[in-house]
Design a protein around this ligand. Structure first.
Ligand code: SAM
Length: 285
């Protein structure tokens, strides 16, 4: 396991993922009934953008950095930026030291009745995650960290949740060649146990054909009926050795999210573009 998210925290991919995660969570909050969230690949929860690893790539500059000075943010994106600002020094609004991870965005949306389960496989990172949950997160009592735990295995073991409503976020590092296959298998297991849950999967786009193949495989999983995807290219995908973009796949997407998505993507795509050929597509599969 070589992947460390601290090299990439706050990059364009995190922006897309966390904006859509927050919008989905906003919709879950609209009903009083409790919800449960499972984050299968949680990372450490809080990233120091001044740390050696983040500084080495500087990726946050082309991600969250491009949103900080905007005065025309749509409301949903403004809410996400506000959450990022909350963990930073209010006296230095142009400079971010910290970038929160998916566990923190989830934690910020928990009400008293809701629960969050976080899995992280990497031994040291999962220790750091537990530490951050204790120190930094609101609602820490409602959060369970499963340290050194395989998120795919947890998904199989924990579904269906007693709450009956909620979302599973699957955000693997994609450092293994068969990661797309593993995700398809995990979704098969998940949907078999909990057909009504929301599943949100982040994936990289190097070669769009691989992504098309992945979409089709998920579509053919028995029990998957409502499947929605949004793909962002930050440049034309002519060189498949590069990370040319990323996407999010939703099974049972919250109703409002799909209606809002084009406004969000119309705004984000030109801002996150890194070269010619930047574009997005959102579609029901
Ligand atoms: N979701 C996080 C966020 O948005 O802040 C970032 C997660 S990062 C892309 C992927 C994480 O998954 C890494 O921290 C890695 O150590 C962890 N990981 C890799 N394989 C795993 C597995 N099978 N189960 C759980 N965690 C895993």
């Amino acid at each position: 396991m070589n992947y460390r998210h601290s090299y990439h925290a706050g990059n364009f991919a995190d922006v897309l993922k966390h904006v859509l995660q927050c919008v989905a969570l906003d919709y879950l909050q609209q009903k009083d009934k409790p919800f449960w969230l499972l984050d299968t690949h949680a990372g450490i929860g809080m990233y120091d953008l001044t740390g050696e690893q983040a500084q080495k790539t500087g990726e946050a500059v082309e991600g969250i950095g491009r949103l900080l000075n905007r005065s025309d943010l749509p409301e949903s994106i403004q809410r996400y930026v506000n959450l990022v600002r909350e963990v930073n020094d209010p006296n230095q609004p142009e400079q971010l030291r910290w970038y929160p991870g998916s566990p923190w965005f989830s934690a910020q949306h928990l009400r008293e009745q809701d629960q969050l389960t976080l899995c992280e496989m990497h031994r040291e990172d999962s220790g750091a995650l537990s530490e951050n949950v204790r120190k930094e997160f609101p609602a820490a009592k409602q959060i369970k960290v499963l340290e050194h735990t395989n998120g795919y295995g947890a998904l199989k073991a924990l579904l269906p949740p007693p709450q009956k409503r909620g979302m599973v976020l699957i955000d693997p590092p994609f450092e293994q060649r068969d990661e797309f296959e593993q995700v398809v298998k995990a979704l098969q297991e998940g949907v078999k146990r909990w057909a009504t849950g929301i599943y949100a999967v982040w994936y990289p786009i190097k070669d769009p054909l691989t992504v098309g193949d992945f979409h089709q495989k998920v579509k053919s999983i028995p029990g998957v009926e409502k499947l929605f995807a949004v793909d962002l290219l930050i440049r034309a995908a002519t060189d498949s050795s590069k990370l040319n973009g990323c996407g999010m796949l939703f099974i049972n997407p919250p109703f409002g999210l799909t209606q809002q998505i084009n406004d969000i993507m119309d705004y984000l795509t030109p801002i996150l573009a890194q070269d010619r050929g930047a574009e997005y597509q959102s579609l029901w599969l």
